[in-house]
Design a protein around this ligand. Structure first.
Ligand SMILES: [Fe+2]
Length: 697
């Protein structure tokens, strides 16, 4: 295929454009209107004397002076400089619905709907997440100033119609399946949003472009005054990737790539073909890649795409089905890659491993090309990344190592859930023109933006249910006992502080264990997660210790960078282990001890790192520090507090249910410690019922 470059000029978004698209948000900058505010109150009073007679015996000017302060007060109370501006951001109706609340530029709360409804990747309107955000701020729906939705449904609908027409009649079935939701809900979003807010919200609703939301979620909370912005995902309205520049409080999208040419959808096509769930199993494909050889890389480059130097590309749609069908790939694709797609849950063969390695390599190359082009376009020293592809932490690690930018920053919720926060921040800074002050680190607060439960609330729950527990009034004692249990190779549910915003557990709703234990990986997978995983667990390491454990100099607070375990910690393999490393059974390969921290070391010595510091992580940092005091190791296993298919736990009730539903040994709920040996044992059937209540992801 020979085609012209495919990046298109980004639609530069002026305030005027924003106003029309946003349904009439008025930029309430008070300063330019101040003289008007001061003199306007006199206007009605100038005319008042014509209609109202002054009280007997009072001079004419009394009327003027009595009206003026009332009018001034009225305008002042409308001015954003005197009243907090509360902006609710929403993402919904695709996957990972979420809500976020920004008050005067501060991120007050953000959460995914799945955590409340207990439905993984819940796509419905985030009613419960909205209620939580409002509760956290102590306000009602009528006190919200702006509601902002994270994409433009009409433009999305336009893309759907154009695509169906282009492929008609091939996509008829898919079209008929999609239409009811569009006609009933998605085309009436203002009505649906108002209904969901109990009819109490009467102000305007704004809609941002999907990639503006991603770009805003990446740039505004970042520590940078100026940065290039790269967003890559499946698809928004038309855009599938964008390159932009953030400076101060403004974002400008300079170039975009358009549907159907999408890096996210290309990766999802291979996810589907390898038997994993789209929009969920992409990280499994990424974890599978180190087992394979990229022997399909050439085929992907030569047959599936026409890749340009700037990272833009055209896909050959003869091999894909996602534009018009109900699957991602078609028979032509299967012919190209040696047979039909793998059946979900069937055993993984070398073909899938090689496919994973190949598409991972191509993805990394595309990300690098786009990043180089972003550097060329903007000249910026820093880069912000977002969109679903930014969750590919292996590619992020490669990008960081390439040194194209001095530093990169990726938000915890880089996918569509983060679009809710991005939409709210876009309104705050871009549409309303409010200044922004970057902070060292970032302004995401360690992504701890969800609900918190006090010791009093937890005690009330435990006592109401008659659950045996121990209360540690002193944090030092709590940490000593927990660290001791980790060192004894116990599996611990760790429930503290506010819940994380984003797909990763970051030490607030985590299952933790000893990274030095060779058995811990298989134990945790089989007894706790109910899965036979080929992926190692992720580590949480003290930020100051990270450089001596991993080849990573910079912090990775949101577990979005992959780097190798340092060579001096790696193990030489015995003959037997070398044989095991060639075994078709991946569980045998993953169980070979690769380093002195085997539970978190992948077969290629890589690790998906979370660095932890006291300012961001508080008690979680102090726990790992205590573990280091006891054992000399400043790194532990951190995996999400859930079983397979279950959303990460949100409440103490969720945590206790999960603790009882699997073979976890200890549960730490704020200052309370629960030991499994002191709890009534659930029967196998009861545990099976719990496991069966979640769909496999
Ligand atoms: Fe997206």
């Amino acid at each position: 295929m020979l085609c012209p470059p495919v990046f298109v000029e980004g639609k530069v978004r002026s305030i005027r454009c924003a106003l029309s698209c946003a349904g009439g948000i008025q930029p309430p900058e008070a300063a330019p209107y101040l003289p008007f505010f001061l003199f306007f109150p006199l206007f009605p009073s100038l005319f008042a004397h014509r209609r109202f007679s002054p009280p007997p015996g009072r001079p004419q000017y009394f009327t003027k002076l009595s009206i003026a302060p009332i009018t001034i007060l009225f305008y002042l109370t409308r001015s954003p400089h005197f009243m907090p501006t509360r902006i609710l951001g929403l993402s919904a109706f695709y996957h990972d619905s979420a809500a976020a609340l920004v008050v005067d530029g501060t991120i007050v709360a953000a959460a995914q709907e799945e955590r409340f409804t207990r439905i993984k990747h819940d796509h419905n309107f985030p009613t419960k997440a909205v209620n939580y955000c409002l509760r956290e701020a102590g306000i009602g729906p009528e006190e919200i100033d702006y509601v902002v939705f994270y994409d433009k449904p009409l433009q999305k609908f336009d893309r759907l119609l154009e695509t169906y027409l282009a492929y008609a009649p091939a996509g008829l079935r898919s079209f008929m399946m999609a239409m009811p939701l569009w006609l009933k809900t998605k085309l009436h979003l203002p009505r649906e949003i108002r209904k969901a807010l109990g009819g109490k919200y009467r102000r305007r609703i704004a809609f941002t472009r999907h990639h503006e939301s991603h770009a805003a979620s990446a740039f505004y909370p970042s520590p940078f005054e100026e940065a290039a912005i790269l967003t890559m995902d499946g698809v928004g309205e038309w855009d599938t990737a964008s390159i932009g520049l953030g400076r101060g409080h403004k974002i400008e999208l300079l170039k975009t790539l358009e549907f159907p040419h999408s890096l996210g959808l290309l990766y999802s096509a291979f996810t589907y073909f390898c038997g994993f769930k789209v929009n969920s199993g992409e990280y499994k494909l990424m974890g599978l890649a180190p087992y394979g050889e990229p022997r399909y890389e050439k085929v992907i480059r030569e047959r599936l795409m026409d890749l340009k130097d700037d990272g833009s590309f055209r896909l050959d749609m003869r091999y894909f089905n996602y534009a018009q069908g109900l699957t991602m790939t078609n028979a032509e694709f299967a012919r190209l890659f040696d047979g039909p797609p793998r059946d979900p849950e069937s055993s993984i063969t070398q073909r899938e491993m090689d496919l994973a390695a190949s598409i991972q390599k191509v993805t990394e190359d595309i990300v690098l090309r786009m990043a180089r082009y972003a550097k060329e376009l903007t000249g910026a020293r820093h880069l912000c990344l977002a969109g679903g592809v930014a969750l590919n932490c292996v590619a992020n690690g490669v990008l960081l190592k390439a040194g194209i930018f001095d530093d990169i920053w990726i938000p915890s919720a880089a996918g569509d859930a983060g679009g809710a926060l991005g939409a709210a921040l876009f309104c705050q800074h871009q549409l309303l023109g409010r200044e922004r002050t970057p902070q060292p680190g970032d302004t995401l607060g360690g992504a701890l933006l969800g609900p918190r439960f006090s010791n009093a609330e937890i005690r009330a729950f435990l006592e109401a249910k008659g659950i045996r527990h121990h209360y540690c009034a002193e944090e030092a004692e709590l940490l000593r006992l927990t660290a001791q249990a980790i060192a004894e190779e116990k599996v611990i549910g760790w429930f503290q502080d506010r819940m994380e915003f984003g797909p990763r557990a970051l030490g607030a709703r985590s299952i933790i264990g000893d990274a030095r234990s060779a058995q811990m990986q298989s134990q945790m997978n089989l007894r706790i997660k109910y899965r036979e995983s080929f992926r190692p667990f992720a580590p949480s390491a003290l930020e100051e210790d990270s450089p001596v454990i991993f080849d990573l100099e910079q912090p990775s607070p949101y577990m979005l960078l992959v780097a190798p375990v340092r060579e001096d910690l790696r193990c030489a393999l015995t003959d037997e282990e070398q044989t095991a490393m060639r075994d078709p059974d991946l569980r045998k390969r993953v169980n070979v001890k690769r380093s002195s921290v085997p539970a978190i070391t992948h077969v290629d010595f890589s690790a998906r790192i979370q660095t932890v510091n006291e300012a961001r992580n508080g008690r979680y940092y102090r726990l790992i520090r205590e573990f280091k005091r006891q054992t000399g190791s400043g790194v532990i296993i951190n995996t999400s507090f859930n079983i397979r298919g279950e959303p990460i736990v949100c409440t103490p009730q969720d945590a206790y249910r999960c603790f009882m539903g699997c073979d976890m040994d200890v549960l730490v709920l704020e200052n309370f410690i629960l030991y499994k040996t002191e709890q009534p044992q659930l029967s196998r059937e009861e545990k099976d019922t719990y496991v069966a209540s979640f769909h496999l992801d």
